[in-house]
Unconditional design. Sequence first.
Length: 70
Amino acid sequence: MANGSSSAMKIIGIVLAVVGVGLAFWGYRLSGSIGSQLTHALTGADSDQVMRFYIGGAASFVVGVFLLFK
């Protein structure tokens, strides 16, 4: 029973890590959009949407790696 649960957690960890990388990459691509560049030029900071993708991607990646190596 414990081995099945462990392998399920490893699969979930892999999925979360991949999703995290995907979200971070999506945020990076979104930061190159015209609206985001305009926001960055006016405020000096990335848009809220880009930051949500970065933070969500990083959190998902960290949790995924933790589950993978737990």
